[in-house]
Design a protein around this ligand. Structure first.
Ligand SMILES: [Cu+2]
Length: 409
């Protein structure tokens, strides 16, 4: 019990620090802009120069959508599956069997679910028959419970042919891209009706095709690199849908910068990482998970130790280093897309050992995430070895929010 209150106290404290730090960082960034303006770059002094002001706001809005790209179709189904947060059955960070602390989360037994849970996940299929799963290459298996990576270039149109086989209604709600009301994937009183509501909650066995345009304002802004990160997730019952696991990454590349698959030409390797404390107590499958994976006596769902055992501090759905190892090559151009989802415990500080990144032109080896935030971090690894990549929040370290990556020559 004490542990829960401590956790909340720490959370509020850190949130306070973040709230104080962000404006300071913003002020520093603006000062950096001012100084670069005098060295010939465009500043933001919209008060003195209407032309520059107009140019600034033009960069905010971007140009109107020109459908000069391609239509990229993704076949995605929300499927009920059994997910294992620790498929290796051991702590791959220590190289040892799970200790008592780790077993709080991963050991099944009387009144404990363990590391396996029924979930609903987005999965890619090869076509609209939904007969064949899109196979992930070995170097993509680290993506874990994330849905397929959606990629597009500015000027493209994204089409998601969506099928729902989960035992409850789900949807696909995208961030960042342009959509009309029939492709938003979220039910609320927005004054629409009829066909504009068909996307909100696709029933079990139902289908819906979402169409999203990719205008300038969905692509890189003035301070971005050649691509930006967005996400998509189910938003029918946003909280329980995302705890069920219905989330995926999206990446938009600048016009003229994409390979045929949509990835940026100037990047050799893209890695997508979701940091999330998956609260299986809030999953629509809690009851099913208890009866399927726990042994009697069945726990009281309000028991605090039981609740703690269902907080899976995961990276792409893996705990204690069980994520398939990402291998990078020294000197290659690596773009890490990191995101978070969840609630107030989901403030995460992903930290790379061994190598550094730049984020918006600033050098870092640790980045800050809050729920539904997305950060792009570029790395040219120069340090060969197997390295820790972990959330730097102490409570999350103890609970297994760690993984590794490897750099080879
Ligand atoms: Cu964390």
């Amino acid at each position: 019990m004490r542990r829960r209150f401590t956790r909340r106290g720490v959370t509020l404290l850190v949130l306070g620090i973040v709230a104080l730090t962000v404006p300071i960082a913003a002020a520093v960034a603006v000062r950096a802009d001012d100084s670069s303006a005098s060295s010939g770059m465009e500043g933001m002094d919209i008060g003195t120069s209407p032309t520059e002001g107009a140019r600034y706001w033009q960069s905010v809005s971007g140009g109107a959508f020109h459908k000069d790209g391609r239509t990229r179709t993704y076949y995605i189904s929300a499927d009920k599956v059994v997910w294992d947060y620790a498929p290796d059955g051991r702590n791959d960070i220590t190289g040892e069997p799970f200790d008592d602390v780790a077993n709080t989360y991963v050991q099944s037994g009387p009144g404990r679910i363990g590391s396996r849970y029924v979930k609903c996940l987005y999965r890619g299929y090869t076509d609209g028959t939904f007969r064949h799963l899109q196979q992930r290459r070995p170097d993509e298996r680290y993506l874990g419970l994330l849905g397929p990576v959606i990629r597009a270039e500015v000027g493209d149109t994204i089409k998601v042919v969506f099928r729902n086989t989960c035992p409850f209604s789900t949807s696909v709600h995208p961030h960042g891209v342009f959509y009309l009301k029939d492709s938003e994937g979220a039910p609320y009183d927005d004054g629409t009706s009829g066909a504009d509501k068909a996307d909100d909650a696709v029933p079990t066995g139902g289908r819906h095709t979402y169409v999203w345009q990719v205008p300038d304002r969905a692509g890189p802004g003035p301070g971005d690199g050649s691509s930006v990160m967005w996400m998509y997730h189910s938003h029918t019952d946003e909280v329980s849908d995302t705890y069920a696991g219905l989330m995926g990454p999206m990446e938009i590349t600048a016009r003229g910068m994409a390979r045929p698959d949509g990835s940026p030409k100037d990047v050799d390797r893209e890695i997508f990482e979701l940091f999330s404390v998956m609260n299986e107590n809030a999953s629509p499958f809690l009851d099913e998970n208890v009866h399927r994976f726990a042994e009697p006596p069945f726990p009281d769902p309000d028991d605090e130790d039981f609740q703690e055992s269902n907080l899976m501090h995961s990276i792409d759905g893996y705990v204690f280093g069980n994520q398939p190892l990402v291998t990078l090559h020294r000197g290659e151009r690596v773009r890490w897309y990191v995101m978070s989802m969840g609630t107030e415990v989901d403030l995460h500080t992903p930290h790379w050992h061994g190598n550094t990144v730049t984020v918006s032109g600033m050098r870092m080896d640790t980045v800050s995430l809050l729920p539904a935030s997305m950060v792009v971090a570029d790395m040219v690894p120069d340090d060969v070895g197997t390295w820790l990549f972990h959330c730097h929040v102490n409570d999350h370290i103890r609970a297994g929010m760690l993984t590794r990556y490897r750099v080879v020559a």
